[in-house]
Design a protein. Structure first.
Length: 170
């Protein structure tokens, strides 16, 4: 989407959504989910982006992030998507089974992402709840605790925790 603007350096949490190319369900693969979580760990530890909440869905990702001052979040997300795409699409289980862009290049992610500045702690909590309820809304599980690819179990303090997050401290 030409002209889509991102507002950095406001000191606010950001709700970010990005989608697999043509909503293909690449993230049903355990390997693809593992690589995506590894990419999130990198964002948190190497880019110093605080992760407040997250969910991996079969065809999209929602993140609640608090980037450090001076970081261009769109560039960091672009690098995350590029790295995860290379790792996932080069795996043997995906060879020959990937969608291609018009120029013939393999595609994992849509080129752009959606982001929303969350100006209050209440909005952050609403977006985290939205993430955690997403697998239930899509009828993938009956309860959020049954979906291990989110921050829900971290907030509960029990269950499988795939990624330490930073929680809400606003």
């Amino acid at each position: 989407m030409p002209g889509l603007r991102h507002f950095d350096n406001l000191g606010t949490a950001r709700f970010v959504t990005f989608t697999c190319y043509r909503r293909h369900r690449y993230l049903t693969s355990a390997f693809a989910r593992e690589i995506t979580v590894q990419g999130l760990v990198h964002l948190r530890t190497q880019r110093e982006i605080r992760i407040l909440g997250w969910v991996l869905m079969p065809e999209h990702v929602h993140l609640l992030l608090l980037p450090p001052d001076g970081l261009k979040l769109g560039e960091a997300i672009g690098q995350f998507k590029s790295w995860t795409a290379r790792q996932i699409l080069n795996a043997s289980e995906f060879k020959g089974g990937v969608l291609r862009r018009n120029d013939g290049s393999p595609a994992l992610w849509q080129r752009r992402c959606y982001d929303h500045n969350c100006r209050t702690a209440d909005v952050v909590r609403q977006k985290i709840a939205y993430c955690h309820k997403n697998p239930v809304r899509q009828k993938l599980v009956a309860e959020p605790a049954e979906w291990p690819w989110s921050s829900y179990n971290w907030y509960r303090g029990k269950g499988l925790i795939l990624l330490d997050i930073d929680g809400i401290e606003m």
